[in-house]
Design a protein around this ligand. Structure first.
Ligand code: SAH
Ligand code: SF4
Length: 358
């Protein structure tokens, strides 16, 4: 995507502007043309805030802050795992409070970003779902979180790459319920003239909104797909993941298969392990053929306890049994590590606590 393409349709942060729009604003203030490029590359490449732009005059920095606010305020920051997990509560566009996490590993550093403040999908076990939807984020508000994460990644421990290598849409919100802005954000993140991350290093996680999966394949075929399945029978999935009533397992599997055929990439299936609810051998046996047909990678997530859902996560023994069934069926499966438990670094919990405290 080039600079000429307008990817944002609503402007709430400076990141919602195209390079051209920024240039027009600065030229109307009498600034030379190169100034816009200077500010643009500081914003996107160096991940600088206005006050860090030492090559821009203090007067211009002040005017920028007044007239085109950065739109990103850090309300709270927390660290866990000896600094390898770093989480922020951000206020975006002066109004929307969301959370973003960056996790450093030996070989990568991944940002987990939010697409909405809250979520309307109502998955019973999810803290964000328990909040309901407050707002959609704009493309710039979404991309700005990756910019924060790029800046923050430099502070990760030396045992990590100390630079951002991956972005996943696994924070708050359902990306495909805010499709226009999420597709816009994907444009910004993968545009070499803007954020410039390889599309293969970006993954969208969805609860399974079927029409959006096809459009993701059309518009961003290199971007990865993770589908939050959590149940392999419609009866159980209807309870855990309400959108299943609209798009049950059969059409969802067809949509994932079409995505795989169009992109030639391996999809992921996400599965939160909930004690005696979806961690039974019966569910594993129903999941195995679906995962096989899709050549999917199954990612088991130990359940993070949330205030609005009384059931606990599966025991290690039950997780082992579930994994055993899948492995015997030759399904590719891993158990995700639980990063940042002590700072509620999963799915909307920090934001929820902050909202409760206000
Ligand atoms: N709305 C999207 C992306 C955000 S949620 C989706 O549902 O895929 C990111 C992942 O965290 C999803 O797989 C979601 O099901 C999972 N998740 C939500 N609540 C959780 C909890 N309490 N414990 C573990 N995983 C959870
Ligand atoms: Fe929304 Fe995803 Fe949470 Fe479901 S799991 S409520 S889709 S954020």
């Amino acid at each position: 995507m080039s600079n000429e393409t307008a990817y944002a349709s609503q402007v709430r942060t400076v990141y919602d502007l195209t390079h051209e729009e920024l240039a027009e604003r600065l030229s109307s203030w009498g600034e030379p043309a190169y100034r816009a490029s200077q500010v643009w590359s500081q914003l996107w490449k160096r991940a600088a805030t206005y006050d860090q732009m030492s090559d821009v005059s203090p007067a211009l920095r002040e005017r920028l802050e007044d007239e085109i606010p950065l739109g990103v305020e850090v309300l709270d920051e927390r660290l866990a795992d000896r600094g390898a997990t770093r989480k922020a509560l951000l206020r975006l566009g002066g109004a929307h409070v969301i959370e973003v996490v960056v996790m450093g590993y030996r070989d990568r550093a991944t940002a987990c970003i939010s697409s909405q403040a809250g979520c309307a999908m109502g998955c019973t076990f999810c803290a964000t779902g328990q909040m309901g939807l407050m707002n959609n984020l704009t493309a710039g508000e979404i991309a700005a979180q990756a910019v924060w994460a790029r800046r923050e990644a430099a502070k990760l421990p030396p045992s990590t790459p100390q630079r951002l290598t991956n972005v996943v849409f696994m924070g708050m919100g359902e990306p495909l319920a805010n499709e226009r802005h999420v597709l816009g954000a994907l444009g910004m993140l993968t545009d070499r003239a803007a954020f410039g991350l390889g599309a293969r290093h970006v993954t969208v996680s969805t609860v399974g909104l079927v029409p959006g999966i096809a459009r993701l394949a059309e518009t961003h075929p290199q971007v990865g797909l993770a589908v939050s399945l959590h149940a392999a029978s419609d009866e159980l999935r209807d309870q855990l993941v309400p959108p299943n009533r609209l798009w049950p397992l059969a059409p969802l599997e067809t949509a994932i298969a079409a995505w795989r055929a169009a992109t030639r990439r391996r999809p992921s299936i996400e599965w939160a392990m909930i004690d005696r609810v979806n961690d039974t051998e019966e569910q594993a046996e129903l999941l195995a053929p679906i995962a096989r047909r899709l050549s999917a990678h199954v990612n088991l997530i130990p359940l993070n306890p949330t205030p609005g859902y009384p059931v606990v996560g599966s025991s290690p023994a039950r997780i082992r049994r579930f994994v055993g069934v899948l492995e015997r069926a030759k399904v590719n499966v891993t158990v995700r590590d639980t990063r940042g438990r002590t700072i509620d670094a999963a799915c909307g919990q920090l934001a929820q606590r902050a909202a409760a405290a206000e």
